[in-house]
Design a binder for this molecule. Structure first.
Ligand SMILES: [Ca+2]
Ligand SMILES: [Ca+2]
Ligand SMILES: [Ca+2]
Length: 233
């Protein structure tokens, strides 16, 4: 190796080290922490569907994830009808600190109302830390909203029903923008609904994406979607 090339390599390594880029843990694509299992190689010996053993460290069919500005990780625990919150997720442990949809970490019964959830998938947070959960809740699909979820109770404070008067809803996912507007993916009705600041105004949708109006669900698209789901073509 000639002197010029050696010098260049030495300088490059110095720059990388100065920026911390040479450390293996920074900027790579290798997971650094795991939630829902004790480590990266251990998996439960039992089936969480047929032989559930829920606690604050396990998840059965992980759904959506969201992280608040303080570093609390929220996970939709789909099969066990709950949402788990891991406070200070990166600096403490992988044990959930709060549960929504269940009275404690060992209960998994499906339900509705202020204290229940049924197959929650998507989760989102607004800038104030309020929690939004896409809750399939078979009898009454909804977005369940928890105000200030880490410092008050774990009960729903506001409900939004994305398919009032339409084909059965399947609110799969949610997102909230910086202004507090809520977006709900309504799978069965082939659309996304926007609710302008629902915590400050009302629970009536203000815009629809994917359909020309609120009354149309596009039967042709539903037929096509279900054909793909059932036949793979
Ligand atoms: Ca914890
Ligand atoms: Ca509440
Ligand atoms: Ca509205």
């Amino acid at each position: 190796m000639n002197r010029t090339l050696t010098t260049l390599l030495t300088m490059l390594l110095a720059v990388l080290n100065a920026g911390g880029m040479a450390r293996a843990a920074a900027g790579d694509t290798v997971a650094d922490r795991v939630f829902g299992h004790p480590d990266f190689t251990t998996f439960p010996l039992t089936n969480c569907f047929t032989d559930p053993s829920p606690d604050a460290s396990t998840i059965c069919l992980s759904g959506g994830v969201a992280v608040d500005q303080a570093g609390t990780l929220y996970v939709g625990d789909f099969q066990w009808n709950r949402v788990l919150a891991f406070q200070d997720a990166l600096t403490t442990d992988a044990v959930a600190d709060r549960v929504f949809g269940q009275p404690d970490f060992t209960s998994i019964t499906s339900g509705g109302g202020p204290g229940g959830l049924t197959y929650p998938f998507g989760v989102a947070l607004d800038n104030c830390g309020n929690l939004y959960v896409a809750d399939l809740n078979a009898g009454s699909p909804r977005v369940a909203i928890y105000r200030d979820p880490l410092t008050t109770d774990n009960l729903v404070d506001l409900e939004i029903h994305p398919s009032d008067g339409l084909f059965g809803a399947y609110p799969l996912d949610v997102a909230v923008d910086r202004a507090g507007n809520l977006y709900v993916s309504d799978l069965n009705n082939n659309r996304v609904l926007e609710y302008d600041r629902p915590l400050l105004t009302d629970t009536v949708a203000d815009r629809v994406f994917g359909q020309p109006d609120f009354a149309t669900t596009s039967t042709a698209q539903e037929t096509c979607m279900w054909a793909m789901a059932t036949t793979g073509s």
